[in-house]
Design a protein around this ligand. Structure first.
Ligand code: IMP
Ligand code: MG
Length: 187
């Protein structure tokens, strides 16, 4: 049952990997870098939802460009903590990416399959440039050669939740990034 006091489900965490304050500060730093990169380019942000929802919402508010925003839906974790096969990408984009300088935003770079596939899709649609920005990078899990242009934090090989990341669709609303107590992964 959700706790009636304090941030939701915080007591379900075994430990916190990245605090809400650290995320806030890092996003300000990423914003500075991105404002420099896109100062003279027409920018389009494509968020991979649901995972990137909260990160994108905060990142966008650190950007000065009158950018355009669209979303793609991707899923590889159909249940639990193990990726199941190839990512499923549902292209429901409304905006035309042709000639656009696209910044792809995702919550975490894990095996690399999702971002590699989505970057390829956006290039095929005729974007002028495609760069990628992820909040978290789990380098130890990489299965395809892919590096993001902008990374918030490198993290160890642990399954994490919070700030958009879920376990079985829960915990996205935690304000920090953490590892659940084993009993909640089991349940
Ligand atoms: P990739 O295709 O393996 O790089 O997977 C990327 C997607 O898997 C991310 O967008 C997340 O939705 C999900 N994912 C990978 N690692 C984690 C994790 O530790 N917690 C929650 N979701 C994860
Ligand atoms: Mg995701």
């Amino acid at each position: 049952m959700p706790s009636p006091h304090g941030p939701p489900e915080l007591k379900h965490l075994d430990h916190v990997l990245v605090t809400a304050l650290a995320i806030k500060r890092r996003i300000a730093g990423l914003g500075d870098q991105l404002n420099a990169e896109y100062a003279s380019k027409d920018m389009m942000v494509v968020a991979i939802v649901n995972g990137a929802l909260i990160f994108t919402a905060d990142l966008l508010r650190s950007l000065r460009s009158p950018l355009r925003l669209d979303c793609l839906r991707a899923s590889s974790y159909h249940a639990g903590t193990k990726a199941t096969g190839e990512p499923r990408i549902v292209d429901q984009m409304k905006l035309d990416v042709r000639g656009q300088h696209v910044l792809l935003v995702d919550d975490i770079l894990d095996t690399g399959k999702t971002l590699a596939a989505v970057a390829c899709l956006i290039k095929t649609k005729g974007a002028a440039s495609v760069k990628t920005c992820v909040l978290l990078d789990k380098k130890a899990r990489r299965m395809v050669p892919f590096e993001a242009d902008y990374v918030g934090f490198e993290i160890p090989n642990e399954f994490v939740v919070g700030y958009g990341l879920d376990f079985n669709e829960r915990y996205r609303n935690l304000p920090c990034i953490g590892v659940l107590k084993p009993k909640y992964y089991a349940g």
